[in-house]
Design a protein around this ligand. Structure first.
Ligand code: NAP
Length: 436
């Protein structure tokens, strides 16, 4: 009897797990289920549209379908007609690879005002994620604020400031390109509640901001640490500081637009009449790695705030959830061992460990979960794919197969504007049409 594994979520964590399972058990049957008709999760909807080389990892994931008995079931939302409990009756193991698709809250007054948008929604919108097709944020102003000192903040600032020419080879969704490129936006301020030495930018991503055509990246020299303060830091952070110091040296006005880094600034409130007009920031100092407010408040006018302060996993009925951490309760990826006729439940990637790390971080994660599955053999007799097929038919659902996805992909490639790899469908109904 082959091992039967269901993986919920088709992002990097899901595909690396599938790859690991078929490598260690070449006879395994692996079904990857996604609520969207399209696979690849964050690769498609999170990785920046101008970072196409990162998206090339999908070729490796695609190969998984040829290397073993791996099937894709798109357009199937686990939790609606099909539950995790149903899947446990059908499979030896159910792996939650659902990522962290929700935004962490800022927890400050005024954050529900129109124009304050979380990164999951904003990045999803410019990447053509159908959940955010109707976001249509107003960009009719000159100044936007991006909160957070991680790579997502950099992505958002860069996508807002790059010229249409600089985005020509990207797959920026058409509705987003239309709004961004006619916007009068001149400045993006990136807010860090701590200092340069506490930033989690990576070197390459930060360095790109120094090379934009129309936009200068600027830091305030007085926020930079004293010379040599970074000498004992890890090499990545030392290079980040080199970039930030360079941004402090360059004259600010020889390009028409700017990305301004503002460190030691904690958001305390958003104000405005019906929509955001100002953000209030409190100056901080860093003590024992923590941002401590100094009481000095500044009011910064802005028309958009994108908070890039981390993500949360969405709970799934019947699966224990750690609300404080925003991820499933688990011990090294194990949620519940198999019992009787029920397969085990596991989680992997951001759903297991929270929203940190690059795409490659999911590879060892996926391999560790495959080992864990092998270490907890299930004793039930499981129908696997045939059983899932029955549940889908009985509930009158329409599942998009991997071949169906390839039809969607072919249509997106055919619709691409010159220079761009694809024009993404942003509506599920259009994806489903193209899948047939
Ligand atoms: P991140 O690196 O964890 O950065 C989150 C930032 O939000 C931190 O600077 C954090 O500050 C700040 N923050 C958290 N709560 C805050 C609050 N209440 N008020 C103000 N600031 C707050 O997360 P991310 O940028 O979302 O990225 C997620 C992961 O994806 C990271 O591992 C990242 O490297 C990766 N990623 C990689 C790429 C790439 O390689 N090209 C692109 C995008 C994302 P504190 O440090 O003070 O908590």
């Amino acid at each position: 009897m082959p091992l039967k594994v269901a993986i919920i979520g088709s992002g990097p964590a899901g595909y690396y797990t599938a790859e690991a399972v078929i490598k260690s058990r070449p006879d395994a049957q692996v079904d990857i289920i996604d609520r969207l008709p399209t696979p690849y999760g964050l690769i498609r909807a999170g990785v920046a549209p101008d970072h196409q080389s990162i998206k090339a990892v999908t070729r490796r994931f695609e190969a998984t379908h040829n290397d073993g008995d791996v099937a894709f079931f798109g357009n199937i939302n686990i939790g609606d007609a099909v539950s995790v409990a149903d899947l446990r009756k059908l499979y030896d193991a159910v792996v939650l690879a659902t990522g962290a698709p929700g935004d962490r809250a800022l927890g400050i007054e005024g954050e529900t005002l129109k124009g304050v948008i979380g990164a999951a929604a904003f990045v999803g919108w410019y990447n053509g994620h159908p959940d955010f097709a109707d976001l249509a944020p107003s960009l009719n102003f000159e100044h936007a604020v991006v909160i957070g000192n991680g790579n997502v903040a950099i992505d958002v600032a860069r996508v807002l400031m790059k010229t249409p020419d600089e985005m020509a080879t990207s797959d920026l969704a058409r509705p987003a390109a239309e709004l961004i490129h006619k916007s009068p936006l001149r400045q993006v301020t990136i807010i860090g509640r701590r200092g340069p030495l506490d930033a989690s930018f990576t070197t390459k991503e930060l360095g790109e901001l120094g090379e934009l055509h129309d936009t200068k990246a600027v830091t305030d020299a007085s926020d930079m640490p004293p010379a040599g303060a970074e000498d004992n830091a890890d090499p990545g952070l030392r290079k980040v500081i080199v970039h930030l110091r360079k941004f402090a040296e360059i004259a600010a006005h020889d390009k028409p637009k700017r990305i301004n880094f503002r460190f030691y600034s904690k958001p305390v409130a958003v104000t405005g009449d019906g929509r955001v007009e100002h953000i209030q920031l409190e100056r901080t100092r860093v003590e024992n790695g923590k941002a401590i407010g100094t009481g000095e408040i500044t009011d910064l006018p802005c028309g958009l705030i994108v908070s890039c302060i981390g993500y949360r996993t969405s709970p799934i009925a019947g699966v224990p959830f750690d609300n404080d951490q925003g991820r499933f309760m688990n011990v090294d990826g194990l949620i519940e061992v198999p019992s009787g006729a029920l397969g085990g439940i596991y989680c992997v990637g951001w759903a297991r460990r929270g929203p940190t790390g690059t795409i490659g971080t999911n590879r060892p994660d996926g391999y560790a979960i495959a080992d864990l599955i092998m270490a907890h053999p299930s004793s039930g007799v499981h129908e696997g794919r045939a059983g899932l097929g029955k549940v889908i038919t009985d509930n009158d659902l329409y599942a998009v197969s991997f071949a169906g996805w390839k039809n969607i992909e072919a249509a997106e490639i055919a619709n691409a504007r010159a220079g761009s790899p694809r024009e993404k469908f942003v509506r599920v109904e259009n994806m489903l049409q193209a899948s047939q």
